[in-house]
Design a binder for this molecule. Structure first.
Ligand code: HMG
Length: 404
């Protein structure tokens, strides 16, 4: 049975901080952030937005765009590292807000940024396992990336969610059944239970990412080796390579490593051409939204399909997922002909409708972060986090809040 992503939808919150403003406030050269890291802006949520509202907005819009009744969903998995409770999963709030029926498995998964891929692969296997009747899963990857103010990680924050409907009739991406994985216990990035901001050994995390890419890609390449002609690289068969992108320069470093492993070495010129054709076109959105942890790779996928669905239709693309700690996976998929007619899938809309803020406003938003409240003017989400009452989190639909 062919299985894959039937539809997907991306949502990023309404505010964004331009990185040139952050550079000025922190006394660093703006080019260090805009060229050295490759980030132009990062999304910042208002107080009434948390990981539940991000996930639910992406999920509701995904189902609406796909024309699928929420009660058809038999498995709902939310991947996040911004959980709101040690016991109650983000998914069960999404389940209620989006109107999924009672006959559905609902849970949350975590392995840093790899969680989105873990959920996607589990959902695909779940769809494949039932051969007698087609069934559909909803996977949502959602996160708010936070580092301490003034730390090297600060310019690599961001927030957003991507919802993916997984089933037997993919219009966005057929998923290959094979993949290459790599796991190792490393302390490159983590967030202890009592902390709001992540701790990170930044330079080491870049090395861990590249080592994991080498391991996962080697293992995937080994599977395909019998089909490759002498001297042919696996990358030569791909129309695009998408990476987990904490900041765009990371994808550039990753692509150089991928070519080195694939071809046993690469000239600067060959690398530059390959990067320009296969990687750069998928990075514009993450350069504007920032790191969305579990959703990052899928923001790149959504942006590529939204911008280039017609051109990519019928072509095979590579995807690399990395989660600190660490686990990584390299896999491929074929973009179906239907991708040309997917229509808007939220990336452009999120960027076009946003409001740019200055540094004092960004610092205020961070301090107020996820306290709950009323939607600010121009709020772009569908759901609002109202706050905590009697130790319980309260969510409402925006239209109900505005009508009250
Ligand atoms: P840093 O110390 O600020 O930066 O930390 P740097 O000194 O390494 O400089 C960055 C780049 O800017 C360098 O380029 C400089 O040369 C360049 P490179 O040598 O790397 O190509 N540069 C300039 N360029 C132009 N004009 C200038 C200029 N000055 C310098 N004037 C670091 C960078 C990434 C370590 C930091 O931002 C950080 O700690 N980020 C968070 C961790 C992270 O994103 N790690 C990535 C891999 S791990 C991962 O992806 C998982 C993750 O998403 C979490 C999860 O799994 O849940 C993070």
């Amino acid at each position: 049975m062919s299985v894959g992503i039937e539809h997907l939808y991306c949502y990023a919150p309404q505010f964004a901080l331009p990185l040139t403003a952050l550079a000025e406030a922190r006394g660093v050269a703006p080019e260090k952030l805009t060229q050295g890291l490759g980030v132009q802006a990062m999304a910042v949520p208002p107080a009434c937005e948390d990981v539940v509202t991000l996930a639910a907005t992406a999920a509701a819009r995904c189902l609406r765009a796909a024309g699928v009744d929420p009660r058809e969903v038999g498995l709902l998995v939310v991947a996040t590292e911004t959980g709101v409770d040690h016991s109650k999963p983000v998914g069960i709030f999404v389940h209620e807000l989006v109107g999924v029926g009672p006959h559905c498995r609902v849970y949350e998964v975590k392995h840093a940024c790899y969680g989105g891929t873990a959920a996607l692969m589990t959902a695909a296997d779940w769809v494949r396992a039932k051969r007698t009747a087609p069934r559909r899963a909803l996977v949502v990857a959602a996160d708010i990336a936070r580092y301490a103010l003034g730390s090297p990680g600060e310019p690599t924050q961001g927030a957003g969610a991507v919802a993916m409907l997984v089933g037997p009739d993919p219009r966005a991406l057929f998923l290959s059944e094979e993949s290459g994985v790599h796991a190792a216990n490393v302390y490159d990035f983590w967030r202890p239970l009592d902390r709001r901001e992540a701790l990170v050994d930044g330079k080491f995390s870049v090395e861990c990412y590249l080592d994991a890419l080498t391991g996962a890609f080697r293992s995937y390449r080994e599977l395909e080796r019998p089909q490759l002609a002498a001297g042919e690289g696996l990358v030569d068969r791909l129309a695009r390579v998408l990476y987990h992108t904490p900041f765009p320069k990371m994808a550039a470093k990753a692509h150089r490593r991928l070519l080195e492993v694939d071809r046993g070495g690469v000239t600067d010129e060959a690398y530059a051409t390959s990067y320009r054709d296969l990687v750069a076109p998928g990075l514009e959105a993450v350069a504007q939204i920032g790191n969305t942890y579990t959703a990052s790779l899928y923001v790149c996928l959504a942006a590529s399909l939204e911008d280039d669905g017609r051109r990519l239709a019928g072509r095979r693309i590579g995807l690399f997922s990395y989660g600190s700690g660490c686990c990584a996976e390299f896999f491929t998929g074929i973009v179906p002909a239907g991708a040309a007619s997917l229509g808007p899938i939220g990336v452009r809309e999120s960027i076009e409708r946003r409001t740019l803020v200055d540094v004092p406003t960004y610092e205020r938003l961070l301090a107020e972060g996820e306290r709950g409240g009323t939607p600010p003017t121009g709020f772009t989400g569908d759901f609002v986090f109202r706050g905590i009452r009697d130790d319980r989190r309260v969510y409402e639909r925006v239209r109900e809040v505005l009508a009250a």
